[in-house]
Design a protein around this ligand. Structure first.
Ligand SMILES: NC(=O)c1ccc[n+]([C@@H]2O[C@H](COP(=O)([O-])OP(=O)(O)OC[C@H]3O[C@@H](n4cnc5c(N)ncnc54)[C@H](OP(=O)(O)O)[C@@H]3O)[C@@H](O)[C@H]2O)c1
Length: 272
């Protein structure tokens, strides 16, 4: 904590770090969330933001050393993990059997592969649908069947879809289709769970600097990437930009919002 004195008579006390009033509707104090895709990028940033807002996380992903690092950073009292490949039914069942009743779920697992329509292969298409879409639907099906999401508590499910559900970038059919499916499914799930006061919302980010974005950028020339960056009035997003909106949607501050989709794009879609 340090003090700042301006030119006038006012002295501001500036707190180092982030301390949220537990009575604030934006606080996640006393709440626990499952975050799928917690080992890197957006999912990892979401784990950090949940804990900063006073909540606790159970992270899911395949890379155990990364999940362990997340727990080390956030502290055992705030975070834990379950190693899981969510494209496998047996791992989904294992995860859902292990977890306690929680206040919500965030789906941030995802992979991307590009292919023009004429070179598309069933195997790759199935792989992408499996990780990006089936894993989300089947995990939520299992969680609701086994009553692992608190009812009547404005519990919240946040699904990380993509701006690609809305735009037709060439060669991106597989990824775009998986994200479009997620967006459509989220409205149905929101309707089915509304009676239990469980909310469901989707976030559609444009380009965010993560490993997944690098996988795409590795296939493009520097000129193409520079030109793309210039088309974002506020630049590419950071994982924290997505995490902050996610925390809002998980919190009671958004308790009147369900079945909605939020575009996060630094002003990009408005200009294309
Ligand atoms: N970056 C962007 O520009 C952008 C834009 C819009 C939407 N998104 C979406 O945001 C989400 C997070 O992506 P990111 O950009 O943060 O990329 P990332 O850093 O590559 O994160 C992807 C996460 O998914 C997990 N994952 C992948 N396959 C899995 C599987 N079979 N089982 C369990 N977990 C699996 C990965 O963990 P393990 O490898 O350890 O399993 C990792 O934690 C994705 O849904 C992505 O589509 C990203």
């Amino acid at each position: 904590m340090h003090e700042f004195s301006g030119n006038g008579n006012i002295t501001l006390i500036i707190q180092d770090g982030f301390h949220m009033d537990q009575s604030s509707p934006f606080s996640l104090s006393g709440k626990i969330f499952v975050v799928a895709g917690a080992s890197s990028g957006i999912g990892l940033a979401i784990c950090h933001s949940i804990v900063k807002a006073g909540g606790k996380v159970i992270g899911l992903a395949r890379r155990e050393e990364r999940l362990q690092a997340m727990v080390n950073e956030l502290g055992k009292e705030n975070a834990s993990y379950i190693k899981a490949d969510l494209s496998k039914d047996e791992d989904i069942t294992h995860v859902v059997d292990q977890i306690p009743e929680v206040n919500g779920y965030v789906h941030a697992t995802g992979i991307i592969k590009l292919s023009p329509l004429k070179f598309l292969k069933r195997e790759t298409l199935e792989e992408i649908m499996n990780v990006n879409y089936f894993s989300m639907v089947l995990t939520l099906a299992e969680m609701t069947k086994k009553k692992k999401i608190k009812k009547q508590a404005y519990s919240s499910i946040v699904l990380i879809s993509s701006i690609n559900a809305l735009v037709g970038s060439k060669s991106n059919l597989m990824y775009a289709g998986s994200k479009g499916a997620m967006s459509s499914a989220s409205r149905v799930i929101a309707n089915e769970l509304a009676g239990q006061k469980i909310r469901v919302n989707t976030i559609k980010p444009a380009m965010v600097d993560t490993d997944l974005a690098s996988d795409v950028q590795d296939l493009l020339s520097k000129e193409t990437i520079d030109k793309d960056k210039e088309s974002y009035p506020f630049g590419y997003g950071t994982p924290e930009d997505v995490a902050n909106t996610t925390v809002f949607l998980l919190s009671d501050a958004s308790k009147w919002i369900t079945g909605q989709s939020f575009i996060l794009d630094g002003g990009w879609l408005n200009l294309v």
